[in-house]
Design a binder for this molecule. Structure first.
Ligand SMILES: NC(=O)c1ccc[n+]([C@@H]2O[C@H](COP(=O)([O-])OP(=O)(O)OC[C@H]3O[C@@H](n4cnc5c(N)ncnc54)[C@H](OP(=O)(O)O)[C@@H]3O)[C@@H](O)[C@H]2O)c1
Length: 183
């Protein structure tokens, strides 16, 4: 039996991604400790991501994990990566029981009602400006307030740095939400 995990980091505006001239679509902050947390959770498992998140990875595929990429384009190919055309197809290709949906916004929105666990890093403050093109995950916090309970919450002593500035923003918590089982 597989466990479906969603892992996400968002700032106070619900922003999860930004478009920059230098990097294209990317994370709006630098936070090595959160990346280390991401790596520690997902290593040895299957990661499933959208094609835009795949494009945004500086080094690909993510090592030590089975990488599955969702795309509706038939022609994309890359060594050691499986490209699939549907979420059902991705789940059929997964060869580990721990499955991690790692973004981006389109994938989170579609899979949110079906996951077992949510691993959420909250960054306090806004990391982008209104004129920037961003990806947000607006419904996320609302969704978290319904039918979910916090299993573990960890307050964190480290910070993230916005790509826009050298301002340090507190990383408020990493928490695990588990679905409340209804009888
Ligand atoms: N903060 C975080 O935790 C976090 C995590 C991951 C990513 N991100 C950020 O999120 C941004 C990207 O997010 P996004 O929402 O723009 O894109 P995305 O979800 O990464 O990818 C969207 C693409 O996935 C494919 N796709 C979506 N649903 C599909 C389905 N049901 N079946 C088959 N293919 C499907 C399509 O690819 P085709 O167009 O090829 O058909 C679509 O254009 C980036 O800035 C990235 O850095 C943030």
């Amino acid at each position: 039996m597989s466990t479906l995990n969603l892992i996400v980091a968002a700032d106070s505006d619900g922003t999860i991604g930004v478009q920059t001239e230098e990097k294209g679509w990317t994370l709006p902050w630098r936070c090595p400790k959160d990346l280390a947390h991401f790596q520690q959770k997902t290593l040895g498992h299957t990661v499933i991501m959208g094609r835009k998140t795949w494009d945004s990875l500086p080094h690909k595929p993510l090592p030590g994990r089975q990488n599955i990429v969702l795309t509706r384009q038939a022609a994309i190919k890359h060594d050691d990566v499986e490209f699939v055309q549907s979420i059902e197809g991705a789940l059929m290709h997964a060869n580990h029981t721990q499955i991690w949906f790692i973004g981006g916004g389109q994938i989170y929105t579609q899979i949110l009602p079906f996951v077992d666990n949510i691993w959420f890093t909250k960054i306090r403050g806004a990391t982008t400006t209104p004129e920037q093109r961003t990806v947000k995950f607006h419904t996320f916090e609302y969704f978290l307030s319904t039918n979910w309970r916090v299993e573990r919450a960890q307050s964190l002593g480290f910070t993230a740095t916005s790509l826009n500035s050298q301002h340090h923003l507190a990383v408020v918590y990493q928490l695990v939400k588990v679905k409340v089982k209804t009888l």
